[in-house]
Design a protein. Structure first.
Length: 255
């Protein structure tokens, strides 16, 4: 009150500056040859989702790692993909301790994965692609080991982990991406089936899918599977643990 008994006119206080919301960090988890390049390209079409090169999110578990993660891109949703490698069975994925971490567990059926992985592994020795060498390791140790862990993550924390089948993305890209945008909290409300090339880097073998299909800039329908590689088919069919994991991941029984 003033000496005259009237209230003093106080100057209006400046509004407090708004605190910027913390970023959402989403890690795209998968084996190699499971469609992570395609899925990340689709997600990057949303205006609030990043489009950065393949980045090993596993190296940001140290003090200060969260700030380093958030500095990778200006968009409020940072999507990072880095498939597990052959030598990381039992250790992948090592997740950063970000408070707004989301996990996309991307899986691909064993036979189609095996064909693609053998082509990649023996690309310089094509006569070995259907030799059967390494099938048990590929299916039981690598495909089984990584995808079993991804399934466990989904079951342990379904609110922050979403299981996505690569085959479902090929069949229904619009429906699948719509669900993924909602899961990420993106402003993008419509699903999509086309995408653009990255603006700040190029797809290249060794880190991404560098083939002709990804460069079509549109999700391509799945190719029919004839199970012509009988040795690979047998490696799956004769593995009780592979058959159980396929069922747990939602795949139909083999013929």
């Amino acid at each position: 009150m003033s000496e005259t008994g009237t209230e003093s006119a106080m100057p209006p206080s400046d509004p407090e500056p708004e605190k910027s919301e913390q970023k959402t960090v989403a890690v795209l988890l998968s084996t190699m040859r499971s469609g992570s390049t395609l899925l990340k390209a689709l997600l990057a079409q949303a205006p609030d989702v990043s489009d950065v090169p393949e980045t090993d999110f596993q190296k940001y578990g140290h003090d200060g790692g969260n700030a380093e993660l958030e500095a990778l891109s200006a968009e409020p949703i940072l999507v990072l993909k880095r498939p597990g490698w052959f030598n990381e069975i039992g250790r992948y994925p090592r997740l950063p301790a970000h408070p707004r971490l989301k996990r996309i567990a991307l899986v691909r059926d064993a036979y189609a994965f095996g064909l693609s992985a053998r082509k990649m592994t023996f690309r310089h020795l094509p006569f070995l692609q259907r030799s059967g060498i390494g099938n048990r390791f590929l299916i039981e140790r690598y495909w089984g080991g990584v995808n079993r862990r991804l399934l466990e993550l989904t079951q342990e924390d379904p609110e922050t982990t979403l299981l996505v089948r690569y085959e479902d993305v090929l069949v229904d890209p619009i429906g699948q991406t719509k669900a993924l945008f909602e899961f990420l909290g993106s402003s993008q409300t419509e699903g999509i089936e086309t995408y653009e090339r990255p603006k700040s880097y190029s797809w290249q073998w060794g880190k991404d899918d560098g083939g002709a299909v990804i460069k079509s800039l549109r999700v391509q329908p799945p190719r029919p599977i004839d199970y012509a590689d009988r040795k690979l088919f047998a490696a799956i069919k004769n593995s009780p643990q592979a058959l159980k994991l396929r069922r747990d991941l939602g795949y139909p029984d083999l013929p």
